[in-house]
Design a protein around this ligand. Structure first.
Ligand code: NAP
Length: 270
């Protein structure tokens, strides 16, 4: 694995996303066995950064993640766990309650990285960050971040946070350059903030014939091209999700794929 070193932390360039682990908006018991198996194979392959949220399967994704980690015997300190507070829980007391809920679901006594999942029109960032700052001071959360924040909100978050904003988690892929075009990527790179790219390999991201041609020439998959393109960029990390152990392994291996200047030029307009 390769890492981004930031604020004396080493964060893996490629982590594991937990959306659809245990269900979608609500728990789906049919998914328990495949979800635990997917998490177990990810842990066995050496994934150490897991991204979940109180919103994923209404907390059941967090429950299964905690369960899988305990069953695997992996030491808590060897892992980096991200979770998120929902955009409807951004009042002071609601943030504290949401974090307690996530810790209970995970069966852990701290979360490494806690994000505001989505901005809400009604949120008062100063009030939200008063609660988030308290969670850090109390040791329940190690680092803070945001998700789906534009440049203005990202800067406001920096001003309201007592500690450095570690990441802005946003959609970013070969097919979706919104957060490059809107200036967030360049700002993160210039200000020691990680851009965590979500939905990196969704079908839309890999369907162009150019991507497929480069992948075929290198003897790898289009998904690996999509991930390599992301992690070759400074301050960018990503969190693909897969139930399939072979895909999980291929995704990890993408960190070692080198795209040439010529290949990068071909991908620039994709
Ligand atoms: N902050 C936010 O608002 C937000 C929003 C969306 C997502 N996220 C986070 O980002 C994570 C990743 O995003 P995502 O789940 O939307 O999309 P994604 O990881 O880009 O795509 C997941 C899909 O791609 C397939 N896949 C993964 N690796 C593959 C490979 N090597 N070859 C072929 N197919 C592959 C998976 O199917 P198989 O299971 O068959 O491999 C799955 O259907 C989420 O799990 C979540 O943690 C955050």
């Amino acid at each position: 694995m390769k890492y981004e070193t930031i604020h004396n932390l080493q964060i893996p360039k490629i982590g594991f996303g937990c959306w659809t682990i245990g269900g979608h908006k609500t728990p789906d018991p049919v998914l328990d066995v495949p979800s635990l198996a997917a998490l177990r194979s990810a842990l066995d392959l050496g994934y150490t950064h897991f991204d979940t949220a109180e919103d994923y399967a209404a907390g059941h994704s967090e429950e299964l993640l905690g369960q899988a980690i305990r069953l695997s015997g992996t030491a808590r300190e060897a892992l980096f766990i991200t979770s998120k507070v929902h955009g409807t829980h951004l009042r002071y007391d609601a943030v504290l309650r949401a974090c307690e809920g996530s810790l209970r679901h995970l069966g852990m006594d701290y979360i490494d990285l806690y994000l505001i999942h989505w901005p809400s029109k009604r949120m008062k960032l100063e009030e939200t960050f008063r609660a988030l700052n308290k969670l850090v001071a109390d040791g329940k959360v190690k680092y803070l971040g945001v998700s789906n924040f534009d440049l203005k909100l990202l800067k406001e978050s920096q001003a309201a946070s007592a500690t450095a904003i570690l990441t802005n988690q946003v959609p970013y892929s070969l097919a979706d350059r919104t957060y490059d075009r809107n200036g967030v990527l360049a700002y993160c790179q210039a200000n020691d903030i990680l851009l965590t790219a979500y939905s990196p390999v969704k079908r839309r991201s890999i369907k162009s014939s150019k991507i497929r041609a480069i992948a075929a020439a290198k003897g790898i998959t289009p998904q690996q091209i999509a991930l390599a393109w992301l992690v070759q960029q400074p301050r960018v990390i990503t969190i693909p999700m897969s139930f399939n152990p072979q895909h999980q392994a291929e995704n990890m291996a993408a960190v070692d794929v080198e795209l040439t200047a010529e290949e990068l030029a071909q991908l620039a307009g994709q």
